[in-house]
Ligand binder design. Structure first.
Ligand SMILES: [Zn+2]
Length: 208
């Protein structure tokens, strides 16, 4: 993770495609302002360390912004498999870019290998994690994972389904505590063949 502490705010200088580093001190300044805006005293004992803690938490929750997700899509050498692969229930924790509030849930990834190329399960989980740890929308998170897997592994088809609960919905406003948002991205053979898509969906949802 690229982080830096600055004494004063310096402008981020973009350099050839390099992601901007996290400025923990700038985030901490913003958190102090939020506390003041709430009518709090950021200097009272319970809050003194809060801006720094929040800054470090945001840096961690967005660490995927400073990682190349495609690096995880490396086929397993020597292994060949031609049947559909489904990895269910990959835990994801992401951050809604509209509210900077977390959304958490499960990601399910199905793909049909081409020429036997498969990906280690831990690599699929890392792919989902790298895209999750960014400011996201659930829809974009779903298509980012599907597109990167489709382009990197060149399988016959990819399907990604994410079910997540958004704290910006469950903790406020309408307070639909149980509400879950389900998104899917379907590419290649899963798109053109409804039977294969239905089979994958049944395996993902556990319904026949
Ligand atoms: Zn939101």
């Amino acid at each position: 993770m690229t982080t830096r502490f600055s004494k004063e705010h310096e402008a981020h200088i973009p350099s050839d495609g390099e992601p901007a580093p996290v400025d923990l001190e700038l985030i901490a300044q913003g958190v102090r302002m939020i506390l003041e805006g709430l009518g709090e005293d950021p200097e009272r004992p319970g809050l003194q360390e809060t801006p720094r803690r929040v800054a470090e938490m945001y840096a961690e929750l967005t660490s995927g912004m400073r990682e190349d997700a495609a690096q995880h899509v490396v086929p397993l050498p020597g292994d060949k498999h031609d049947e559909m692969v489904i990895v269910k229930d990959i835990s994801i924790a992401s951050m809604c870019e509209h509210h900077l509030a977390p959304f958490v849930g499960k990601c399910h990834i199905a793909y049909i290998p081409r020429d036997g190329r498969i990906l280690g399960i831990s690599k699929l989980a890392r792919l989902a994690e790298t895209f999750s740890r960014r400011l996201q929308l659930q829809e974009r998170l779903t298509t980012d994972i599907a597109n990167t897997l489709f382009e990197g592994l060149k399988p016959i088809g990819v399907m990604v389904v994410i079910e997540a609960a958004h704290t910006c919905m469950t903790l406020r406003g309408v307070r639909k505590v149980e509400a879950k948002t389900v998104t899917s991205a379907v590419l290649g053979g899963f798109r053109t063949d409804p039977r294969t898509r239905a089979e994958a969906m049944a395996l993902i949802t556990g319904k026949e």
